[in-house]
Design a protein. Structure first.
Length: 154
């Protein structure tokens, strides 16, 4: 079964002269889709972007983190693991060569999960492996995605 997704990216960084020079335009853009608030985007500040806007590298890392979390929560619900809190402080490494071309070399998810005291901590931690296997985004990238979960009980 195929699933189709649509987004619109609209450049908003024309300062009046378009791209007549590398330093004469902003990298600002809006990411939109029907029925959702826009996401303000730009490039990384290293590449002349606005540090107050999301850059593509952050969005890729966020997509990996979201996908893992959603798969994990589904598995927990199916396995009787009661999650009461979930936070992930994901990190990613991108390298650039001398010409400025770059690629991600790895990402690591650091999910901090809180479960009820009546829930099996060993199973809760083990389900991260299965969530990783099920994650559509992790299955779509060409670099390793690691996970280093911590599990707490309340």
């Amino acid at each position: 079964m195929n699933h189709t997704y649509q987004t619109t990216v609209t450049w908003t960084g024309n300062l009046g002269t378009g791209t007549n020079g590398y330093r004469t335009y902003r990298r600002d853009h809006d990411i939109t889709t029907d029925g959702r608030p826009p996401i303000p985007g730009s490039s990384d500040p290293t590449f002349r972007g606005d540090p107050t806007r999301w850059n593509p590298e952050q969005l890729l890392l966020a997509a990996l983190s979201q996908c893992h979390m959603l798969a994990y929560l589904h598995l927990c619900a199916d396995n009787g693991i009661i999650v009461t809190h979930y936070t992930d402080h994901a990190t990613g490494t991108m390298t650039t060569d001398r010409t400025g071309n770059g690629h991600f070399t790895e990402a690591t998810l650091h999910p901090h999960v809180t479960i009820t005291h009546t829930t099996d901590t060993t199973t809760a931690t083990a389900l991260h492996d299965e969530a990783h296997r099920l994650c559509f985004i992790a299955n779509s990238v060409n670099f390793p995605v690691h996970h280093q979960p911590t599990t707490h009980t309340t």
